[in-house]
Design a protein around this ligand. Structure first.
Ligand code: SF4
Length: 362
């Protein structure tokens, strides 16, 4: 199998490779093949961390990786929740954008792929029928082209006014029906193209189709786990107080760990960041809060944006049950016995505190 298809499983060629492989997904699922576990990891990571990259890439073969994509699509369809589709498609697109950046910089001139595992910018433009719509401006001597012209129609189709004023046409240079964009902006447009392709057709009907009931039955426990992760989204009371002294023990512990060890597992970082945004911190404040650590600022910014969905709703920190499952529930105290969610702990602690020391005023 072509490793490129495993890296970019939403490419047309990857779908054809799955069909040509003769592998029957129902059999794979019934046999609980490794691709099923990787498919579940794909969706779980999408919901928790905004990426579909594996935490244990060496564990999976090229075939596992490729086949995990259609399995992930089945799982997302069976979860059957708009938020799951949105988060999953966004995570596949974010992962692809990282791969694009790596691949484009690894090529000699940014335009020609040099091995079977990487794609060039030209390859990606062709994949999304954008080859005629995106033209690189002549580069300065000895440098990759940093500016491109994107046909107006494609620019308007792929860009979104919600991305900020900089994306509005009045703030762009438009020349001969094309919009000038820098390389980073072009990558943002390509990420959008990926997200739309991944979301296209999701969710699809599984139960009630030929063999669909058996597939759904076999995946029942995976679906239960993934729905629980989504159920961790809850309407939180509008809190806008940052009082670290009153944080639940689990969050204080994670904070100590990230400051002491300078690293956390992805799910722990997610839990802590979701908690911080849940108590009213904006992106700059979260970055400031992590300033003594080596956590990457761009990752923190992306994660805090990701934790709010299109409607502005907040993706809440995991429940106590999920924290326990990941080994992040530590140092429980008496109040922990009365609540089921770290946010509830914090709400209670604020209500019961005689003195609340606001971090922002320190
Ligand atoms: S019981 Fe809940 S709030 Fe208390 S430490 Fe565990 S996860 Fe945190």
């Amino acid at each position: 199998m072509n490793p490129l298809h495993a890296r970019y499983p939403f490419f047309d060629g990857a779908r054809e490779a799955v069909e040509a492989s003769g592998v029957a997904l129902p059999t794979l699922i019934a046999d609980d093949a490794p691709a099923v576990a990787r498919g579940r990891e794909r969706v779980e990571r999408a919901l928790l961390s905004g990426t579909t990259e594996s935490e244990t890439p060496r564990e999976w073969s090229t075939q596992d990786e490729l086949l995990s994509y259609p399995i992930a699509r089945i799982l997302v369809s069976l979860i059957d929740a708009p938020a799951a589709v949105r988060k999953y498609a966004a995570a596949e697109a974010a992962t692809a954008a990282d791969h694009f950046a790596e691949d484009f910089s690894s090529t000699d001139d940014g335009l020609k792929s040099t091995n079977q595992r990487t794609v060039s910018l030209d390859d990606v433009l062709r994949e999304f029928d954008l080859a005629d719509d995106v033209i690189a401006e002549p580069p300065e001597r000895g440098r990759d082209p940093d500016w491109f012209r994107v046909a107006l129609g494609s620019y308007l189709t792929l860009s979104n006014a919600d991305w900020g004023d900089g994306w509005r046409l009045v703030n762009r240079e438009v020349v001969d029906g094309a919009v000038r964009v820098e390389r980073a902006d072009l990558t943002r447009l390509l990420r959008e193209a990926v997200e739309r392709r991944v979301a296209d057709g999701l969710p699809f009907q599984v139960r009630g189709t030929a063999g669909g009931d058996a597939i759904a039955d076999s995946l029942e426990s995976e679906i239960g786990t993934l729905r629980d992760l989504l159920a961790d989204r809850r309407d939180v009371r509008q809190i806008d107080t940052v009082a670290p002294d009153l944080f639940p023990p689990c969050m204080s512990h994670l904070l100590d760990r990230v400051r002491r060890d300078n690293e956390l597992d992805a799910h722990s970082t997610f839990a802590l960041t979701a908690f911080l945004t849940g108590i009213g911190m904006d992106t700059d404040e979260v970055v400031q809060f992590y300033r003594d650590t080596t956590l990457d600022e761009e990752t923190i910014r992306y994660q805090t944006e990701y934790l709010r969905d299109d409607t502005g709703a907040q993706f809440a920190a995991p429940t106590c049950a999920t924290m326990q499952a990941y080994g992040d529930c530590v140092n429980k105290d008496e109040r922990c016995e009365t609540i089921a969610h770290p946010m509830s702990y914090y709400e209670k602690a604020l209500d019961e505190a005689d003195d609340v020391r606001e971090w922002r005023e320190a």
